[in-house]
Every structure is written in structure tokens, then in C-alpha cells.
Design a protein around this ligand. Structure first.
Ligand SMILES: [Zn+2]
Ligand SMILES: [Zn+2]
Length: 268
């Protein structure tokens, strides 16, 4: 029935918690030295070596360089200033001890912010063990999205489950907004996950993380605060690399200490 549509019922909640995420629009090539890009060569400060893996000692491919001073709309200035860079070892190092998937285990990856005023230049191309064409980010496409239903429980949504002989039913409530979907079918729950609890997959700036496991926000080692999503990097979107079995990775940053950045990923 129209009036009991759970998607419609949850719209007031979604309106409060929607965030703008931006999908990158890319063009093959490096773009400006300090520009945002996937793959290719990084901007390096004068005298600085290309970051190498501490396990195999090989130079690591650049996965992402993001010019924090040139971010669009809702994210302009939000993540501080400078060039955020992620380098990641694509050798077999992740099987030899270090937890490459884990935030703050930086033996086989480097995540850092190069100051905006650092003197330097783009590095000469070199073989880093990954066939990947540089993709300059030339524009951003915004869209609105909300968090998944598990994360929504931290924002006032209560979820009840009832297992029945003929399939399961779920019920979503938000007492503060006087929302109650009543028991809904799997089909309606699927629609909710498409239209309300819908963090997007793929590479994106900001928005809500598409978690593969449960919520995995790291905490800042300096102040303990929960870190914020800056950028989601998905398996084989702009970077031709697979994290585990089609995993999804997240670059996160302390909301206060903008130099504290890290990267973690998870797969099913
Ligand atoms: Zn390595
Ligand atoms: Zn902090």
C-alpha cells in the first residue's frame, strides 16, 4: 500500500543523514604535477625518494594522489591542505606477516599528506610492478547517499528481526522521528537498501563508507577520535588491483589531526 511504503517513511531520517559523495571523472594522463590522479607518478618533494615497501624494499605504486586544496563543493577545505598520497605494495608482502589490510600497519603501504608549499616536482615514471595508466581526475560528479542500516543504528535507527518459517521479516524504527515501518518483507528491505541505506560502491570522495564487513573506522593514535572517511578505493575501479577477494578500501583521517591519515580494506 502506498501509505505504508517503508522507503517513504524513512525519507525524513534519510534527509537528516544524507551526505554528498563525489565520483571522480578521469582522463588518461598525469595532469598537473600536483593534480589529483590515480596511478602513475607522484609529486615528490625535493630530495625525497619514491616510497618503498619496508618488507620487499621495492618502490610501491601510487594508487591515489588527491589535491586537498582543490576538492569540490561540500569537501572544499574539509580535509586540510596539501597532497594526500596512497602508495601500496602489490607484491606478495601481504602474505608474509604484515597486515596490509589493517589501518596503521604501514609496512607495506604509505599514506601521507605532502604539504602544499613543499618544493618539488612529479617523479619520473618507473616500473612499480603494476600495469596501470595514470588517470588524472578532471572533474567530480556529486550524488547524495546515506549509510548502511548497520551504521544507521548509530544515528537513531533501531532494527528488529523476526525469523519466520516462510522467510524473514525486518522492522525499522526511529523513535525520535516517530518512524515505524512495521514488519516488512525481504523485498521491501532490499528496496530500502537501494534507496535509503545506500552507500555507493566504487571509488569516491566522501559520502558514507560501503563496509564489506562491519563498521571499521580506525581511531586516531594521537587523540582517540574516530576517523572520518576521505576516499573510498574499490577493487579494480580506477586502480587495476584487487584487495583480497574483491575488497573495498578506505582512506580515513582524524577530524582534528589532519596529518593523521591511514588506509584499510576488507573483503568478504
Ligand atoms: Zn612489498
Ligand atoms: Zn586525532
Amino acid at each position: 500500500m502506498f501509505f505504508s511504503d517503508p522507503v517513504k517513511k524513512l525519507r525524513p531520517w534519510a534527509a537528516l543523514h544524507a551526505r554528498t559523495a563525489y565520483k571522480p571523472v578521469t582522463r588518461e594522463g598525469h595532469g598537473p604535477d600536483r593534480g589529483s590522479r590515480f596511478n602513475g607518478s607522484p609529486f615528490l618533494a625535493d630530495g625525497e625518494a619514491w616510497p618503498a615497501c619496508t618488507v620487499c624494499a621495492k618502490p610501491m605504486p601510487l594508487f591515489l594522489q588527491l589535491d586537498l586544496d582543490e576538492l569540490p563543493g561540500a569537501h572544499a577545505g574539509r580535509f586540510g591542505s596539501g597532497l594526500l598520497q596512497l602508495f601500496y605494495c602489490v607484491g606478495d608482502c601481504e602474505f608474509e606477516g604484515p597486515d596490509a589490510w589493517a589501518p596503521f600497519d604501514h609496512k607495506t603501504k604509505t599514506v601521507r599528506v605532502v604539504p602544499a608549499d613543499a618544493a618539488g616536482a612529479i617523479a619520473a615514471p618507473r616500473d612499480v610492478g603494476l600495469e596501470a595508466k595514470p588517470q588524472a581526475i578532471v572533474d567530480w560528479r556529486p550524488h547524495s547517499e546515506c549509510c548502511n542500516s548497520e551504521e544507521a543504528e548509530q544515528y537513531g535507527i533501531a532494527v528488529d528481526y523476526e525469523r519466520e518459517r516462510l522467510g524473514h521479516k525486518t522492522r525499522f524504527r526511529c523513535d525520535a522521528l516517530k518512524i515505524d515501518t512495521g514488519w516488512i518483507s525481504q523485498e521491501d528491505e532490499d528496496r530500502l537498501n537501494e534507496q535509503v541505506f545506500n552507500p555507493s560502491g566504487g571509488d569516491k570522495l566522501g559520502g558514507w563508507p560501503q563496509w564489506i564487513q562491519s563498521l571499521e573506522y580506525p581511531n586516531c593514535p594521537e587523540c582517540g577520535a574516530r576517523m572520518d572517511l576521505v576516499f573510498q578505493i574499490d577493487s579494480e575501479d580506477h586502480v587495476p588491483f584487487m584487495f583480497g577477494d574483491v575488497g573495498t578500501g578506505h582512506i580515513t583521517q582524524c577530524p582534528t589531526h589532519k596529518h593523521v591519515v591511514t588506509f584499510g580494506w576488507a573483503c568478504t
